[in-house]
Write a protein that binds this ligand. Sequence first.
Ligand SMILES: [Zn+2]
Length: 617
Amino acid sequence: MNEPETMHKKINPARRHSYHRPKNISHSNKNIIGRTRHPLQAKRPPLRNEEKRGSSIPPIEKDIIRIIPFGGVEEVGKNMTAFEYGDDIIVVDAGIYFPGDETPGVDYVIPDTTYLEERKSKIRGLFITHAHLDHIGAIPYVQEKLGNPPIYARKLSAAFIQKRQSEFLHLPKLDMRIVEREEKIKVGSLTVSFFAVTHTIPEAMGLIIGTPHGNIIHSGDLKIDHKDGEPLSFEVEEFTKIGNENNLCLLTDSTNVDRPGFGFPEREVHENLRKIIKETKGRLIIGTFASLLERIIYIINTAEELGKKVVIDGRSMKVNIEIARELGLLKKGLKSIIPITEMENHPPENVIILATGAQGDAYAVLMRVANKQHKYIKINNHDTIILSSSIIPGNERGVQKLKDNLSRQGAKILHYAIADVHSSGHAYKDEAAWIIKMLNPKFFIPIHGYHYMLRVHKAIAESQGLSDKNIVIPDNGMIVEIDGQKQTISQLKKRAPAGIVMVDALGQGNVKDVVVRDRKALATDGMFVIVAVIDIKTGKVRKSPDIISRGFVYLKESQDLLNQTRLLVKKTTENAVGEMHPINFDYVKNSLRETIGKFLYQQTKKRPIILPVILEV
Ligand SMILES: [Zn+2]
């Protein structure tokens, strides 16, 4: 995906530090799970009837090209598609998806790769379109299962992949092959070449897979750079060149195709940001996604040019900028980036803070600033804050609270709805139509989007002259077959397994495993419910908090522990509430889980499941 936006869908950071896990399995053990073969690890969700494993799927026949999405359709995220011809399979992307409330305790969802594992001797390579996590995030989890095939990627994508891999110490070294733009790679009976596309991260690529029956184009995530709806000449040249080939099939990004017209071009976002950077009188704080690397690079280079100083805060932001720096994507000998501790040595109108957390994520920089809990950044009424992102569905309340708390402290806030300070990285309807018209494929498969988006994309393809019988709307695991001789497209009745595989600190499991894990934690360490009543006017905890526990310690005999815990609950709650108004309850609960969890573990060496209940009066 995708959407850098979705990349940052709010995950509850407390979950990773929560005390839900069985004793002796700490957060830092994440790295070694793959090796330890946790019993939960290898299990998969039950297969649908038609998804019987392995041999029930007939072997591929002569002149057939199989296309199988294992993720990225029926959803936005966990993109992965396989292309099979004769004895060869190539895989494009291996992404993750950030789960929502429906899967508590789960960090990521990755594609089900059973079909590929059963044919891993045929896999010739994993090709990467670009460095967003919904395209590369699953690599550490699937690469071994696929038999460690070579990974083909551009330099920046390779750097991001290696950086992520370095967090998984036990995994074997990747067979990374860096490719140049427009390089043509021969893999078995297929060829693959890369072409540049416009997205939100440098070196985003589409792929042209050459088969004896014509080209299959997989665009990756893309949009079209344009001026007032006229694609710029470099786009026209690129697409004209590719369009002149024999294009058998096109698979392309559906994320934004239900939005009318052309999207707002990033170039104009840059121009607007430049104007704001130049003209803002006080200190400027820019909150954005770390994955919007092109914009971040632009902001830093602009600051350098205008003689301003940039403070970078937030882990993902720092890591991404470091990679960009190493690869020379930022100007050489940069003087503008300064450590946060030196911020006070410069006049505020000369300082720009680049920060994470524009989605109201509980533990990201902006939320800590808003909650007055940031060590260095305190808001005053000369500050201007730009939220340079859209709001991911589901995060509206978090963002609202963020804006409330920041503006209450006097900051002026600019966001995408009142100024053009954000644009998405995915083609809108008219861009999608233009792409199909220029590439002129015989067959069309919409990908990267929920089912509805794929349907909308199909209608767009039909408006460009493709007929219904030449378009397949895929589901995850659907085996689409193009017959190169007969020039037809169809789908098999049998499907490849495409259940969701979840990843958490313990490795991989499925929903049931999560339940099992919680039950184990309950069985060994019990549960601990905290009920605190907050007076909304004063921010103070009323009365002594109530504590209910089961299976943890016998409370009647633990009065000291109980009293100390009550005091700590009161203090932690009041600290977390601070002067927040309105109160962000998720934040308060996370603080309680964290602090009380640590305290109870110190006192008892147990990690009960902690359930904070906050009531307001
Ligand atoms: Zn992307």
